[in-house]
Design a protein. Structure first.
Length: 179
C-alpha cells in the first residue's frame, strides 16, 4: 500500500466518523419532524470537515451529505431507549459545537481576508493555527460523540452501519469507475 492510498484511507475514515456522527444524531429523525431544528435556528449542520479548505476533504465529506436525515437510524431499527440515548448524546454539548463552529467560520473568513491583504506571514500563521485549533476541537467533540454513539449500538447494529456506509461509498464511486 503506497503513502497516497494510506493517506486517503485515513482521511476517509476520519471523514466517515465525523459525518456519521452528524447523521446518526440527526435531529429530524429523533424529533419526528421534517424541519431540521438546526436549520430553523440558522445553524449549520455540516460537519467541520465540510469547512475544510482542501478539495479532497470537501469531496469526501460531501459524499455523506446525500444521505437523508434519519435514514441510517431507520435502517438500524433502534429501540426507544437507544433513540433517547442518541438524543442525549446529541444534546450533550450542542451549544459548545455551535459556538466553536461560529468561531471557526469567523476565523476562516478572517484568514481569507488576511490572505488578500498585505498581512505579515506571522499574522497569517497565527490565524491559520487558530483555524486549525478550532477544527481540531470540533473534530475531537465529534469523535467523542461517535464513540458514545458506538456504545449505544449493539454489535449487530454496528455491523449493519459499516455495511450501509460501504454500500453508500460504492454507490458514489460507480460513475467514476469507468475513468
Amino acid at each position: 500500500m503506497n503513502a497516497k492510498v494510506i493517506r486517503y484511507t485515513a482521511a476517509t475514515a476520519a471523514t466517515a466518523a465525523i459525518a456519521l456522527t452528524a447523521w446518526v444524531l440527526a435531529p429530524n429523525f429523533l424529533k419526528g419532524s421534517q424541519a431540521s431544528e438546526s436549520q430553523s435556528q440558522g445553524i449549520s449542520t455540516q460537519s467541520p470537515v465540510l469547512l475544510a479548505e482542501t478539495h479532497t476533504e470537501e469531496a469526501q465529506a460531501q459524499d455523506f451529505t446525500n444521505i437523508p436525515p434519519g435514514q441510517v437510524l431507520r435502517r438500524l431499527n433502534l429501540s426507544d431507549t437507544q433513540l433517547r440515548q442518541m438524543k442525549a448524546i446529541r444534546d450533550n454539548n450542542k451549544s459548545e459545537i455551535q459556538t466553536t463552529t461560529q468561531q471557526l467560520q469567523a476565523a476562516q473568513t478572517e484568514l481569507q481576508s488576511l490572505m488578500s491583504n498585505s498581512a505579515s506571514s506571522d499574522r497569517l500563521r497565527e490565524k491559520f493555527n487558530q483555524v486549525q485549533g478550532l477544527r481540531q476541537k470540533l473534530g475531537q467533540i465529534h469523535f467523542e460523540r461517535m464513540l458514545a454513539t458506538r456504545e449505544v449500538l449493539t454489535p449487530q447494529q454496528r455491523g449493519q452501519l459499516v455495511e450501509f456506509l460501504k454500500q453508500r461509498r460504492h454507490e458514489r464511486r460507480k460513475p467514476f469507475l469507468g475513468r
